[in-house]
Write a protein that binds this ligand. Structure first.
Ligand SMILES: C=CC1=C(C)c2cc3[nH]c(cc4nc(cc5[nH]c(cc1n2)c(C)c5CCC(=O)O)C(CCC(=O)O)=C4C)c(C)c3C=C
Ligand SMILES: [Fe+2]
Ligand SMILES: [Fe+2]
Length: 328
């Protein structure tokens, strides 16, 4: 890493993932993730005993088994794909623009990456949380980590942030192109496209988080571009509270009885395939649908480091860097 002529850098961020598919590594990761007050909005006095006394005793072993199902030679898919995304941008920009990658939880922390950039002389930094839809549990949490690092600096860099891009034509068109390409390659014709977004507690929406409306807006904009009927559902429920409805699992289980036997499912809220897409949808979701009487099920890849996905990220970054980069 060495500062370019304008001292401009881009820091891609995503959620983070365990460093091994083992209960001890998953426990470390979950302890950090689930201690974030942006993720679990329950008073620490009540939550900490539940987290340490119940959840961190049982969930790591179960989640580690799920991670093992999807682990690759390059490690966790989320980390491997995120690294490929950063590398693809580096290949585009060469020495002209520095691209870093950081994770909110686990290895490669946001604070460390930011402090290294500043140490190397970068003083204009675009932070790009790769969440198309804003959610306080993800986007705001990433920015909290940025703010915490800045709070410890005497000489701070100028910071820009990538706004949510849920309705951006660049994103909608990239999704459309990726869906068209992948659906054309299937050996069956889906009767329905299910868009599954990560859920969050319903209460968070009532309190003003715009996530639900942004997911719905993405789906409506996409639906206008397809003749195929599109449904929306929310996955990955955690805890006992009511989460956004309808639940992906329930929708999958209900399709065959409605005569919908051939489906494609996509997860446009995830920039990179991960446990929630590959295991929850691709393995468990598939089983749910087929056991209910479905005949054909296809999981569509996330944008990942596809040509469509990288062209979109490049265009978003260039737009947000206007006036900073490229140098006049
Ligand atoms: C894409 C947006 C995401 C939102 C919104 C989100 C909210 C949210 N998540 C949890 C709890 C868990 N999520 C877990 C995994 C996970 N979540 C996202 C993204 C969003 N989460 C991703 C990309 C991943 C996958 C990470 C990977 O390693 O591949 C997990 C951990 C896995 C498990 O044990 O099931 C938990 C727990 C809450 C509570 C929440 C909203 C408040
Ligand atoms: Fe999550
Ligand atoms: Fe999950």
């Amino acid at each position: 890493m060495s500062a370019n002529v304008n001292n401009v850098a881009v820091l891609l961020t995503n959620l983070g993932t365990p460093d091994a598919p083992e209960p001890s590594a998953v426990r470390r990761y979950l302890a950090e993730f689930l201690s974030d007050p942006r993720v679990v909005e329950i008073s620490p006095k009540i939550w900490k005993p539940v987290l340490y006394g119940v959840i961190l005793r049982t969930r790591p072993a179960k989640s580690a088994r799920a991670y093992r199902e999807i682990w690759t030679d390059e490690g966790s898919p989320l980390m491997a794909i995120s690294k490929r995304q950063a590398e693809a941008l580096r290949n585009r920009y060469g020495d002209a623009l520095c691209v870093g990658l950081a994770m909110r939880y686990g290895d490669a922390s946001i604070g460390y990456a930011l402090s290294k950039m500043v140490d190397h002389g970068f003083n204009r930094i675009l932070v790009a949380p790769l969440y198309p839809q804003y959610c306080a549990a993800t986007t705001a949490s990433a920015m909290d980590a940025v703010a915490a690092e800045l709070a410890a600096m005497r000489s701070q860099p100028a910071i820009r942030t990538l706004p949510p891009y849920f309705d951006d034509p660049l994103y909608i068109d990239a999704l459309k192109a990726s869906l068209d390409r992948q659906m054309a390659a299937l050996d069956f014709t889906p009767e329905r496209l299910l868009l599954s977004f990560h859920g969050m507690p319903e209460r968070t929406r009532t309190l003003g988080d715009p996530y639900y409306e942004q997911c719905r807006a993405t789906a409506s904009l996409l639906a206008k571009k397809f003749a195929l009927p599109i449904d929306v559902a929310f996955q990955s429920r955690f805890g006992r509270a009511r989460w956004l409805q309808p639940a992906t699992e329930a929708v999958l289980a209900s399709y065959p009885a409605q005569g919908v036997k051939r489906i494609a499912i996509a997860a446009p809220g995830f920039s990179a395939d991960c446990l929630e897409t590959l295991e929850e949808l691709g393995i468990r979701g598939r089983e749910t649908f087929l056991h209910a009487g479905g005949s054909h099920f296809a999981l569509i890849d996330c944008l990942n480091d596809s040509a469509e996905g990288m062209a979109m990220l490049d265009a978003l970054i260039r737009r947000e860097l206007a006036g900073w980069w490229p140098p006049a």
